[in-house]
Each structure stands twice: as C-alpha cells, then as structure tokens.
Design a protein around this ligand. Structure first.
Ligand SMILES: Nc1nc2c(c(=O)[nH]1)N[C@H]1C(S)=C(S)[C@@H](COP(=O)(O)OP(=O)(O)OC[C@H]3O[C@@H](n4cnc5c(N)ncnc54)[C@H](O)[C@@H]3O)O[C@H]1N2
Ligand code: MOO
Length: 416
C-alpha cells in the first residue's frame, strides 16, 4: 500500500483534534497564547482631546501674526495636569497652562509648546511667539482607535504590543485558548541520560530536551519528561500512566519496523485509534498520530533529525490547533544550490539557507541532513520542499522553500 502523502496525513491528524475550550487569564499569563475571541475597542484612544506637549492651550486664531518681536499676549486662567477634568471654558484672550496628556479646556483649539512662549514672572500672562494653526499639538479623541472598532481577530498571537493595547482599554484579563499540557516519552534501550558517562556505542538521550523545547516553541506547557525501555510492559506502563495526565503525548523512537520498535504496537494494544501511520515524507516517514482515550498521541521517529521534521509537520500543527490556530508559513521560490536525487514517492524536507541574488530568485543552499542530523537546523532558514512525483532535481531547479522566519541576533559582550 502506498504511504499517505504529507498533505493528506497532516489533514487527517488535524481533523482528529479540536481547539480546547477557552479560558480567561490575567494579561501577563496570556503572553504567547492566542486570543479565543475577537476584541473590539471598549474605549477610544485617546479618550479625550488632550495636549501632545507641555505648553499652553489657546485659541489658534489669537496667535495669528504672533512672532518674537510681536508676541500674542494672553491671560493665564488655569493649570491643567494629565488626569484632570477641566470644566471652565477658555474665554477670548485666555491661555491655560497644560502638560503632556492633559485634557484641553472647552473652547481651546490648539496648543503652543512652552519653548515658543514666555510666561510672566507673576504667572498672570504668557507671551506666545509663534502662529499656530487649529489642532496644533492636540491629540484628538479616538485619533488612534474609536470605541467599538474591531482591534484583534480570534487567533491573534498575544505579544507585548497586544497586551499593551488591552491594558490601555482597561482590561485585566482576556479570553485565550489554554496551553496544551504535554508529556514527552523517549524510548530506547541504548539511551543514556546526559550527565552520566557514555561509551562510544551508547547514545545520549537528547530527544526529551529537543522535543520539549520544540513543544514549548509551539506554546505547550510541558509537564512530564519520561524514558522507557524497548519492552512491551515498560511501554504499556509509561503510555497508560502519562496519557491521562496530558492533552498531547509525544513519543520518540521505536516507531519503525525493527524488532524493538514497539511503540505503535503497544498503543494499538491499549486501544489507541490511529489517524496517521507512516507518511510519504523524508525524514520522518515512521511518524504516527493516534488517540488514546482523550489524549492525542504523536509518535515520532527516534532519529533526532527525523523527529525534528516529524514534530514540525505533525506535532506542531496539533499543538497549535489545540490553541485554536492554524499556522501559515511564508514560502519563497528558490533555485537549488545542487542537484538532488530522491525517492520519487516521498516529499523531502531539506534544511536550507537562502542566498539573496540581485534580480534573481534566491539560491536554496541545501544543508547536510541525514535523519540523525540536527546541527544544520540551528542555522536553517527554512525547509526546501522537494515534492513527490519526481526523483531527479538538477542544480538551479526552482523549488518552494517554507520559511521559519526566525529573527537573527548578533552577540555583544560575548565570553571568549
Ligand atoms: N527496515 C527498515 N528500517 C527502517 C525503516 C524502514 O522503513 N524499514 N525506517 C527508517 C526510518 S525512516 C527511521 S526515521 C528510523 C527511525 O525509526 P525508530 O523510531 O524506530 O527509531 P529508533 O530505532 O528507536 O532509533 C533510531 C536512531 O535514533 C536514535 N535515538 C532514538 N531515540 C533517541 C533519543 N531519545 N535521543 C537521541 N537519539 C535517539 C537511536 O539511538 C538510533 O540511532 O528507522 C529506520 N529504519
Ligand atoms: O525517513 Mo526516516 O524518518 O528519516 O530515516
């Protein structure tokens, strides 16, 4: 039977999971989560006409023709600080002292910044040295947002800017989807925990940290990291203990067809229903997605490179859908840096960096990437997608590159 295509398998996995019920959380706890409902402005920003400068609220027309030699002399009536509520209207010939953010008195239609004025020592008068138009240095009511304006759609990622806007509306908490609770189970008799000595034939267990970190990058609340031997009863105990504690259980290793590859068999014996079992994907072919009770289970291959790809294509979309969103990644067309031969039936995802070229599509520089290799992912900018239905790709052939859109940072004050 031919393996399921990547797109079909991913859709089957996504169809098997529903967004979690929303929860209302304090603003800072919502950071990194996704809004569960649209948000409209519950107040205008600014809430009232106010001064953009420290200076004087005036009638603009009374500054007409004013200059340093021929100042407009105005009577000082009041001092208004931010947060005050002025009620006395500004009458002809008057100016009110205002500070940045202070509401304007009724009747004032402009602000003159204080650098363009001189106040009399006794505080009764101010000379204005410039002509200002109506509206000068005033922030108008609702200039940025009017009450009732749609602000954010459901699915908006909550970052610092969103939190700032919500707080400026007076909100203390917000509806978001909960972070999926996740457990990661690494299987394999050969695995030695980091921190203990390992002989060359032994393998340091690295998938727990790798997968937990990938899961966190996708918004997960990682609750459990566990290891199990390649042994039916050990796997049965671990899987049935972990699954009820979490929304999504991710396993690594023992996913293929070897004598000790028991994870899928044990899951099936426990009554799991499989939606995906093997995909026409390289690396990551043995990946499976199942449901055990109320828990989604993603079975990743043990090879760290294959686990990375399978996580990215299956576990990440599931974690995001639990949080109520589907991810769209930018794609660019790029020319392959080298020829590649592949198995015609499979989609290959190859870690790639991009080289910009004047007036041409960028070059996709393919990185060495066996199923066991992950070093290149550190600097990868995306996956070159080599689609099924074709075995031979020549240098300079155009392919799609799915971008990670990671920011770049340069070191300052690094240790030698
Ligand atoms: N006859 C076939 N053999 C294999 C097939 C196949 O279709 N027919 N598929 C291959 C593919 S594709 C993959 S990918 C691998 C991975 O399958 P498993 O999930 O069963 O992985 P393991 O055998 O358990 O381990 C593979 C490799 O990865 C290392 N590993 C495992 N877990 C960890 C960990 N937690 N930390 C670090 N490294 C780990 C392990 O030591 C092995 O070297 O199967 C192919 N075989
Ligand atoms: O296709 Mo496997 O997941 O790379 O070796």
């Amino acid at each position: 039977m031919p393996l399921t295509s990547l797109d079909t398998a991913r859709q089957a996995a996504l169809d098997a999971i529903a967004p979690a019920a929303p929860e209302r959380v304090p603003l800072l706890d919502a950071q990194g989560r996704f809004l569960a409902a649209p948000v409209t402005a519950s107040r205008s920003l600014p809430g009232c006409d106010n001064s953009a400068m420290d200076g004087w609220a005036v009638h603009a027309e009374e500054t007409q023709g004013a200059s340093r030699d021929r100042p407009a002399r105005l009577r000082v009536t009041s001092t208004i600080f931010a947060g005050a509520l002025p009620s006395t209207p500004l009458r002809p010939g008057e100016a009110a002292r205002v500070f940045t953010g202070a509401p304007l008195p009724p009747g004032a239609d402009a602000v003159v910044r204080q650098e363009a004025t001189r106040a009399a020592e006794d505080g009764t008068r101010v000379d204005v040295f410039i002509t200002v138009p109506p509206g000068n240095d005033i922030r108008r009511t609702g200039e940025e947002v009017l009450t009732g304006t749609p602000l954010f759609d459901a699915g908006q990622r909550v970052g610092a800017a969103v939190l700032g806007v919500l707080a400026s509306m007076g909100a203390t908490d917000v509806w978001v989807r909960p972070a999926p609770r996740v457990a990661v189970l690494a299987t394999g008799d050969e695995l030695v925990p980091p921190g203990t000595p390992a002989l060359p034939h032994q393998v340091y267990e690295s998938n727990l940290v790798l997968v937990a970190a990938l899961a966190r990058e996708a918004g997960a609340d990682v609750r459990q990291l566990a290891r199990a031997r390649d042994d039916e009863s050990a796997l049965r105990d671990a899987l049935s203990r972990l699954a009820p504690q979490v929304d999504i259980l991710i396993t690594t290793g023992g996913a293929s067809v070897g004598d000790k590859d028991l994870v899928k068999r044990v899951l099936a014996a426990l009554g799991a229903r499989f939606f995906v079992d093997g995909v026409a994907l390289k690396p990551g072919k043995p990946v499976a997605v199942a449901r055990l009770g109320d828990t989604s289970v993603v079975v990743l291959p043990g090879n760290p490179g294959a686990a990375t790809v399978a996580f990215d294509q299956f576990a990440r979309p599931l974690l995001l859908k639990h949080q109520g969103v589907l991810e769209t990644r930018r794609r660019v067309r790029a020319h392959l840096s080298e020829a590649r031969r592949k198995q015609a039936g499979l989609t290959y995802l190859i870690t790639t960096t991009l080289e910009a070229r004047d007036g041409l599509a960028p070059r996709a520089v393919l990185r060495p990437q066996g199923a066991g290799q992950i070093l290149q992912n550190v600097h990868g900018e995306g996956w070159a997608l080599l689609p099924p239905g074709r075995a031979d790709f020549a240098e300079d052939d155009l392919v799609d590159v799915e971008l990670f859109d990671r920011p770049t940072f340069t070191p300052v004050g690094a240790l030698a």
